[in-house]
Ligand binder design. Structure first.
Ligand SMILES: Nc1ncnc2c1ncn2[C@@H]1O[C@H](COP(=O)(O)OP(=O)(O)OP(=O)(O)O)[C@@H](O)[C@H]1O
Length: 220
């Protein structure tokens, strides 16, 4: 089952052709690493999949819905329910605990507090976060990224996106976080797209694609 489909997507930013009939399909159960030089459009690609950037032309389908046919609030609801996102620095709310950060994502997706709390606790424990009451701001970079992964999957998304998720970590934490991300498709039957400059992170993915002339080409 395809969970994200970009077909013939073209987009120009500030007179620069960023995407030129770019196509990509991501299936449930696979992780895809996106690589390419700085400024080629990797983060913009994630913004398109999030429904935050509307490309000039082409089809963008996420979790079975054509994003171009949806208004902003419908896209936001769809995103909250079906897409999880992991950023470079965790981007958690620092005053909130690990548990509260994860719960917030569940509440924003309209889920009930009780069952979400149980889910969040199990998920955090599985990711090695036992003390769920610690404020995110007091956690290490590696711990924050593991909480960010829990937050990204709490609503059982079809698609998880990660933008340089290991860019701020040391080698041991990088390897651990990359392993956890690449394991998500098997655990949750979702698709994962990881933007990374780090070949070691990319190698763990099922597939690597790289930007070339506004399109994505497979790397073997
Ligand atoms: N809102 C915007 N307004 C103007 N230019 C933008 C905007 N968003 C992105 N760009 C430009 O589009 C290009 C692609 O940006 P993007 O962040 O997607 O690249 P990237 O491949 O993720 O780069 P990096 O690897 O450095 O993070 C860059 O030249 C950037 O300056």
């Amino acid at each position: 089952m395809v969970v994200a489909r970009l077909r013939e997507v073209s987009h120009t930013i500030a007179d620069r052709v960023l995407f030129d009939r770019l196509s990509l399909e991501v299936a449930a159960g696979e992780s895809v690493a996106v690589m390419g030089p700085s400024g080629t459009g990797k983060t913009t690609l994630l913004s398109v999949l999030l429904g935050l950037v509307r490309p000039e032309s082409g089809l963008v389908e996420v979790a079975g819905r054509d994003l171009s046919s949806m208004g902003a609030s419908a896209r936001a609801r769809h995103r909250a329910g079906h897409v999880g996102m992991v950023f470079q620095f965790g981007e958690l709310l620092p005053e909130l605990s690990a548990m509260e950060n994860v719960m917030l994502a569940a509440m924003l997706a309209g889920r009930r507090r009780g069952p979400s709390r149980d889910d969040a606790r199990k998920l955090l424990a599985a990711l090695g976060i036992e003390d769920v009451g610690v404020p995110a701001g007091a956690m290490s970079g590696g711990e924050r990224q593991r909480v960010a992964i829990a937050r990204a999957v709490i609503n059982r998304p079809r698609l998880v996106l990660a933008d340089e998720p290991t860019g701020a970590l040391d080698a041991a934490n990088r390897d651990h976080v990359a392993e956890l991300l690449h394991a998500l498709p098997r655990q949750w039957s979702c698709g994962v797209v990881v933007v990374t400059h780090d070949e070691k992170v990319a190698w763990g993915a099922d597939r690597v694609v790289t930007f070339a002339g506004g399109r994505l080409a497979g790397v073997s």
